[in-house]
Write a protein that binds this ligand. Structure first.
Ligand code: DLL
Length: 434
């Protein structure tokens, strides 16, 4: 179903006109209110009034994750704090998270776009939504929650974890829509089977899955094991959270981007050159309506492709292909964004380990695992009485405290980790995306 018939099916010229007007207003606003943008525009020799056509977007500077870090926590906000009603955050490349803020109107827009998203995925008033995305600083839980309420569905704000209890609630409450990461969906099915519950006998009709990479094969597996249709949803905290793009249930082929609120571009990850429709590259987003935390040409590092062929659902919005990878080293472990540099900074802060480590990521019984092999320092190694297990647990706790993700630390002997002659290989990702 199309929730916002007018804006989701606009003719291209009308959409272009809306985008241009909003882009002009945005450029003026950020130039006047965010010192970072004034400096970045000036450096490129561009002024807000130079935006005369949509193509002029290309004159504007890119915004990178590092820029958000340099302006931590609130210096990118385009409105005084008294107008900010919500803060969310996601992992940054080192210790500090990336912080995003929302005005009351931003929350309203986000809820509206999530209502559109859920409707596109086949949800409607009368549905019961079992929302197992995490509630908290992560945008998943609350993003879905507000959207489902706006749509008029009933939400079960179950959040992540406590899987056996989730199965019980599913049996008793009869939810019709499942929202969680695709890997957690498969894990739920497995735990249900252990509990003697046939997932297919539950009332679920559709699942809206995202926040981590998955494949067409995984969709087929979820659909057959869980007995529901599986729809892909994409978003990122910096741009808004979930609800930037979603597949329609009619086609399940590419994710419609809500272009009246976001302008997507695909660029070459190395040269920054804007690529034509149909060519794969890095996704870049400009937000058009956000008040508290607007972004100009934000480099997502996510690799995808854009295409404009009409869709059978009737939406005229551009579609992006499934995310095929990243142009940086970010890993997503159980839905948590993890940069190897964050783990490195935990390890380097300790005297009992040496600066050689290896991260091994795997997926066992549909759950991601993270193992950190790290070399013990020579001094500690020779001190035979030292309780190595205690050191391992201690590092595990440091990592959990910093990243919010649990892992297994294994201390290895000095020189056990292979030295590199070129770029060090610090990550082995064994998850075969089926
Ligand atoms: O993951 C927002 C979200 C919540 C999206 C719930 C969908 C559902 P972050 O924690 O900031 O926000 O992580 C954003 O996750 O840059 C991608 O690398 C990855 N990602 C998100 N959705 C997908 C997807 C949320 N459908 C980062 N496929 C993004 C592949 C995805 N990767």
């Amino acid at each position: 179903m199309i929730h916002d018939e007018e804006f989701e099916t606009l003719p291209r010229e009308a959409l272009d006109a809306i985008q241009l007007k909003r882009l002009q207003q945005l450029a003026e606003k950020v130039y006047a209110t965010v010192p970072f943008y004034k400096k970045a525009f000036d450096k490129k020799g561009v002024k807000p009034e130079d935006i005369k056509a949509l193509e002029d977007l290309q004159k504007l500077p890119f915004t990178m994750k590092q820029d958000l870090r340099d302006n931590y926590p609130f210096a990118m906000f385009a409105t005084p704090m008294e107008n900010v009603v919500r803060i969310h955050a996601s992992s940054g490349t080192t210790g500090k998270p990336t912080v995003v803020g929302y005005t009351r109107r931003d929350i309203d827009t986000w809820s509206w776009l999530m209502a559109r998203t859920l409707a596109a995925a086949g949800t409607h008033r009368g549905d019961i939504v079992h929302n197992a995305y995490g509630y908290g600083l992560f945008t998943g839980g609350l993003g879905f929650h507000y959207g489902a309420e706006r749509l008029g569905a009933s939400v079960i704000p179950v959040s992540g974890g406590n899987t056996k209890r989730q199965i019980l609630l599913m049996k008793d409450f009869g939810p019709t829509v499942l929202t969680c990461t695709p890997s957690y969906a498969l894990h739920l099915a497995e735990v249900a089977a252990d509990e003697g519950v046939d997932f297919k006998s539950l009332k679920f009709r559709v699942g809206v899955f995202g926040a981590e990479p998955w494949t067409e094969n995984m969709r087929l597996e979820i659909e057959s094991q869980l007995g529901m249709e599986a729809v892909d949803i994409y978003g990122l905290s910096e741009v808004m959270g979930p609800g930037v793009a979603v597949e329609c249930i009619e086609a399940k082929k590419g994710l419609h981007i809500f272009e009246d609120h976001f302008i997507p571009e695909i660029i070459h990850p190395e040269t920054g050159e804007v690529l034509p429709y149909g060519e794969p590259g890095e996704l870049v987003f400009t937000t058009l309506t956000k008040e508290a935390f607007p972004l100009i040409r934000y480099r997502t590092r996510d690799l995808s492709v854009l295409y404009r062929e009409p869709c059978k659902c009737g939406r005229t919005l551009v579609r992006m292909g499934r995310i095929t990878g990243r142009s940086d080293d970010m890993l997503i472990v159980r839905g948590v964004n993890v940069f190897p540099s964050q783990i490195e900074s935990v390890l380097m802060a300790r005297k009992d380990v040496a600066p050689y480590y290896l991260l091994i990521v795997d997926r066992i019984e549909h759950m991601d695992t993270l193992q950190v092999d790290v070399e013990i320092s020579e001094a500690v190694f020779s001190d035979a009485v030292k309780d190595l297990q205690h050191v391992e647990r201690d590092i595990e706790k440091d990592i959990k405290d910093m990243l919010g993700v649990s892992c297994k630390v294994r201390l290895v002997e000095p020189k056990a980790i292979q030295r590199s002659e070129g770029k060090a290989q610090r990550v082995i990702d064994k998850r075969k995306l089926r």
